[in-house]
Design a protein around this ligand. Structure first.
Ligand SMILES: Nc1nc2c(ncn2[C@@H]2O[C@H](COP(=O)(O)OP(=O)(O)OP(=O)(O)O)[C@@H](O)[C@H]2O)c(=O)[nH]1
Ligand SMILES: C[S@@+](CC[C@H](N)C(=O)[O-])C[C@H]1O[C@@H](n2cnc3c(N)ncnc32)[C@H](O)[C@@H]1O
Ligand code: SF4
Ligand code: SF4
Length: 324
């Protein structure tokens, strides 16, 4: 079992398979970074899989593939199949912007993927284009339809932003309800790479919008998930991810692995340790040693709380590197 320095059990591994992306979301990567990680510095799927096996053998039972945009990485379905064949009952999921899903959904399902979380910030063509930096909506909606058609479970992630998509909270919720998908509204997490002019909506403001049309009942958090769930009067359940409270850090159960082989203990902080040289040599024991060190030093909580944001520098961690 993997236990961190604060006594928390870690059973969830998020793997970012590429930092590259075909979108330029204002809250994540409004501009292409000065340089991408050179392709030769990326770990191969075989190398990543060596670590995945260590993690699974130590108790990881939930793996999420993310990015950048994970569907840009060639042969992703083969990596998914490696994991699924090794542990068929693992909770194996992917987070994607869905642009390439119309073509990829069936292959992912056949490879053993179980769930998809898809980012959808607007149902208006112009607003979706403004957030993502290009015209994306029709392909994204096609991707969602295709994922549902092939039988993947789908959740939707929306980041409500003031003056941009804050008038669409109820519309996105209705769309998700009509398609049998859960929506999670995510508070914008301030970071150095995002568009400086952005203003996120606070969880309480998001809930106030929902309450304009519904009565809601708080259900609570689902296990170690950062999502706090609510039930609408008509039985529909939605979630709110509110890192500015950071109470969910108390039950944090996750670590992150990047495409370059960095193990990242927390989404907020810059600290990371590399397993690259070890897995390149096939030295799984040393990789397991790095994992143990990263767990020992895992921070207790993030620093997105409102008081802390006022008097400190923004987080330097790029969401497109860590995969959110
Ligand atoms: N602050 C914080 N936010 C997180 C963490 N994990 C995920 N999130 C944010 O939650 C949002 C949704 O994450 P997803 O990639 O859909 O994954 P998930 O919420 O673990 O998904 P489920 O397994 O379906 O619960 C993303 O914007 C993440 O950045 C975390 O450890 N800390
Ligand atoms: C970094 S993306 C990677 C996967 C994929 N490209 C996508 O967009 O779903 C993972 C998640 O992080 C979220 N995200 C990115 N930057 C964020 C920020 N500054 N605040 C809150 N959520 C953010 C996105 O909305 C998405 O749901
Ligand atoms: S949030 Fe996802 S889709 Fe948007 S720029 Fe970041 S990695 Fe790309
Ligand atoms: S912000 Fe850091 S400590 Fe909190 S849940 Fe996320 S990874 Fe864990």
């Amino acid at each position: 079992m993997l236990i961190d320095g604060h006594g928390r059990t870690v059973n969830y591994l998020r793997i970012s398979v590429t930092e590259r992306c075909n979108f330029r979301c204002q809250y994540c990567m409004p501009e292409k970074p000065f340089s991408w990680v050179p392709k030769e510095n990326l770990l191969s799927f075989e190398e990543l899989f060596l670590f995945v096996k260590v993690a699974i053998d130590e108790g990881v039972n939930k793996i999420r593939i993310t990015g950048g945009e994970p569907l840009l990485r060639e042969d992703l379905d083969k990596f998914i199949k490696m994991i699924s064949d090794y542990k068929p009952d693992i909770d194996l999921a992917l987070t994607t912007n869905a642009f390439l899903l119309p073509d990829a959904a069936q292959r992912l399902k056949d490879a053993g993927l179980k769930r998809l979380n898809i980012s959808l910030d607007s149902l208006k063509t112009d607003v979706a284009a403004k957030v993502a930096g290009k015209d994306v909506l029709s392909e994204v909606l096609k991707g969602i339809d295709k994922a549902l058609e092939v039988g993947l479970q789908v959740k939707i992630n929306m980041v409500p932003l003031k003056g941009i998509n804050d008038d669409e909270i109820l519309d996105v919720m209705d769309y998700c309800k009509a398609h049998g998908m859960k929506v999670r509204f995510i508070e914008y997490m301030e970071n150095e790479h995002a568009d400086k002019a952005l203003k996120g909506m606070h969880g309480r403001e998001i809930l106030a919008k929902v309450k304009e049309r519904h009565t809601i009942k708080a259900l609570g958090r689902e296990g170690a998930s950062p999502s706090f769930n609510y039930l609408l009067d008509d039985g529909y359940e939605f979630g709110l991810i509110d890192p500015h409270k950071h109470d969910f850090c108390e039950s944090c159960n996750r670590i992150r692995l990047t495409a370059e082989g960095f193990l990242i203990p927390c989404l907020y902080f810059d600290e990371a340790m590399s397993i690259a040289e070890h897995v390149k040599k096939g030295d799984v024991e040393s990789a397991a040693g790095v994992l143990a060190q990263v767990l020992k030093d895992k921070p207790k909580e993030n620093r997105w709380s409102e008081e802390e944001l006022e008097d400190r520098e923004l987080s330097k961690r790029a969401f497109y590197e860590t995969g959110g």
